[in-house]
Ligand binder design. Structure first.
Ligand SMILES: *Cc1c(COP(=O)(O)O)cnc(C)c1O
Length: 380
């Protein structure tokens, strides 16, 4: 059942309801996989608690959809995911250090080796384990954050003892401007990545991985063997031009605590930034910046009740926002009623634009106080 058709029961205790549609996540993964050529497999990035949506339910939904290769940022996230998915391939973007190497090896996790120091740490872990350990290599092609430089890549290709005990399972790089299809860095990174793969080819034929969500939409040349989408799986648009091919995953609703009818003009909220005229109806909703409803949304965000826009007026405070519900029937805007903050009429991307940020930040900032409901779990 799509979230838009859902009539939620009462939210007991919480200030709002966060509904996460696992079936939509599965649909999105299958849609991306279907865009790929034969022999290309779609991975999934589930770092940061699956972009704030819940690692365990999201990872299980993706696994059941057919995904077998997962990426997280940190070793601790990989260990948590291993407890959820005993068999899947799990890669750690941030790689390995001497403190985490033993735990990664024991849990059969695959670090992405980003620099010569990490290659050494993993080689030593393999020696201690007395067996071959899997690893991805990261080559920097223009992001200038993590990854081997061109010189380091060439040096590694001619220094096979450096990889003793390490079984390379993939080579990856990361696009800086994939959401800007016309940006010249895309083509340059593609060229450098293909060159790095050729340089490393003597070490063995391994999977090449370049594209994130937006990279998939740059076309088949960018797919290589293993795209790594995150955002698009969670309903964030991978295309900046407003096209939105993905199914919506998240619905966020806040509960009305009180509604006031303004009899004499007065200001609303901290800083008195909004002036409510006589006759306006102002509803106070139990969601605030402590829940990830960013303060930059003050006086600019749009919420909805059914399909009626209700503007956020006044400052967002820690636990509360105020919305002008004058256009909504008085009986509908009563205490206990739910206001849609993210939903069918207002996507994550649309809210992010109003906040001056990106959908990624909106999702990963969503707080822990909402009641969370997962849709589509039973079919999985
Ligand atoms: C987060 C991340 C991804 C996923 O990016 P999306 O834009 O969310 O699809 C892929 N690769 C790396 C290295 C990442 O850090």
């Amino acid at each position: 059942m799509p979230p838009s058709k859902m009539t939620p029961g009462p939210v007991i205790g919480a200030g709002g309801l966060l509904t996460i549609d696992l079936a939509a996540i599965a649909t999105n993964w299958k849609m991306l996989q279907a865009k790929l050529g034969s022999g290309v497999t779609c991975g999934a990035v589930v770092k940061a608690d699956a972009y704030g949506l819940g690692l365990a339910p999201v990872a299980r939904a993706l696994k059941n959809a057919g995904c077998d290769t997962f990426f997280v940022a940190q070793a601790a996230e990989g260990l948590a995911l291993r407890a959820i998915l005993p068999e899947a391939e799990i890669c750690i973007f941030n790689g390995v250090d001497p403190d985490s190497a033993g735990a990664l090896a024991d849990a059969h996790l695959t670090p992405v080796l980003n620099h010569p120091g990490q290659i050494k740490d993993w080689r030593e872990a393999a020696a201690r384990a007395g067996r071959q350990l899997p690893a991805f290599l990261h080559v920097d092609t223009g992001m200038t954050r993590l990854g081997l430089s061109e010189d380091e890549t060439v040096a590694l290709a001619t220094d096979s003892p450096a990889l003793e005990g390490i079984r390379l399972t993939g080579v990856m790089s990361h696009l800086a401007c994939a959401d800007l299809p016309d940006h010249k860095l895309n083509g340059e990174q593609h060229k450098h990545f293909a060159a790095a793969c050729a340089v490393l080819a003597p070490l063995g034929q391994v999977r090449a991985s370049l594209a994130n969500s937006s990279g998939i939409f740059l076309g088949p040349a960018f797919h290589f063997d293993l795209p790594r989408p995150g955002a698009a799986l969670y309903g964030i648009s991978p295309q900046a031009d407003g096209r939105h091919p993905m199914a919506q995953v998240v619905k966020l609703q806040g509960k009305i605590l009180q509604t006031r009818v303004i009899d004499t003009p007065r200001t609303v909220g901290y800083g008195a930034t909004h002036r409510a005229e006589r006759g306006r109806h102002i509803a106070t909703v139990a969601v605030g910046y402590a829940d990830g409803y960013l303060r930059s949304l003050s006086d600019v965000a749009t919420a909805h009740m059914d399909n009626i826009p209700v503007p956020v007026v006044g400052r967002v405070s820690m636990d509360l926002i105020t919305v002008d519900v004058t256009d909504v029937a008085e009986n509908d805007a009563r205490p206990g009623a739910l206001v849609d903050l993210i939903g069918p009429h207002h996507s994550v991307d649309a809210l992010a634009r109003q906040a001056g940020t990106i959908g990624y930040e909106i999702l990963t900032m969503l707080g822990t106080r909402f009641e969370r409901r997962y849709l589509g779990e039973q079919q999985l």
